[in-house]
Design a protein around this ligand. Sequence first.
Ligand SMILES: N[C@@H](CCC(=O)N[C@@H](CS)C(=O)NCC(=O)O)C(=O)O
Length: 365
Amino acid sequence: MTYTLIGSPASLFTGKVRGYLRWKGISFEEIKATADVYRNTIVPTIGWPVIPVVQTPGGTILQDSAEIIAHIETHETGPSVMPGGAVQGLASLMLQLYGDEWLVIPAMHYRWNYNAEWIYGQFGQTSAPDATPEEQYAIGRSVGEKFRAMVPALGVEEATIPGIEASYEAFLEDFSAHLALHPFLFGTRPSLGDFALLGPLYAHLYRDPKSGELMRRIAPRVAQWVVRCHTPVSTDGGYLAEDECPATIFPILKRQAAEQIPFLAETARLLVEWASQSSPGDFVPRALGELPFSIGGRSGRRAALAFSLYRLQSILDYIESLDTPDRLRVDKFLASVGARQLSTFRLPCRLDRKNYRLILGADRS
Ligand SMILES: N[C@@H](CCC(=O)N[C@@H](CS)C(=O)NCC(=O)O)C(=O)O
């Protein structure tokens, strides 16, 4: 009984899922997302070209890294990546939001501003494995242009680049300090948060050569953690006792609270406007508009992506689900990382998924 993972060595979210599947000890076969696989499998089943896609042994097709992981956590035995403690569980989900929806900014910046020629060849190798290197480069270039075109919309431009690099390097410094004390975020077992951080930190920021040089030079412990998460050797280990979230993670969460959360609060305002003119079941546009943002002390504008709110919603649902004692501890924790806002934050409507796309949910409470 084997799973199938359709993805690519250069893909951010494939790295997240691959590391998780390996650690979990799931038997799976990885199929490269060639041009044929996109045409004959991904687009007909998912409706649009996106990876990773997972097929379960029962034939269910899953897209979205968080849903893939949630499905496997529910259906397979073995060690869990979901910490049982409320604070660790929340911090893990917050770092998933950070890895998936914010570290993608430095990931795309370093890829396209330092590794573009190399990555064209890589895209070509995945897309057309039997072509010559020259053909692969040409094919990779046409595939890659699509991703490169997303870079300005992410807020990567001349004015913001020094801030993006400063923010990323500060993250590396903080994470290195943490990894001097603990092999993973919450102890000796990786969590969902670890695998979510692995996404940007593996494919773009470790595997892309120029990015990898930087990481190995200024944050060798992070590079070693990437290897531990991507090629795990053991499923032993556990989370720190008494639901401890190490103090060394606080600076990372504080940076998230300062940079990402205000941007998501503004994105939610755009969702209010859109939802007021829409009906339950309507597909939500990928970008709800464009908004100012700040990163590493620089300001710019970037697309306000609806999907980021969907990730935020899973955090808000988690907070809502807690009993009173856990809720009090979590509220205190959020205040101590500068994210008090999340304790009372409400999205204007529910976001759901249908046919692998976001829709406006029925409940508008
Ligand atoms: N939320 C999705 C994001 C997947 C995603 O953005 N995948 C990238 C490759 S790493 C992709 O295929 N992007 C195509 C696109 O966004 O149009 C997940 O977690 O799986």
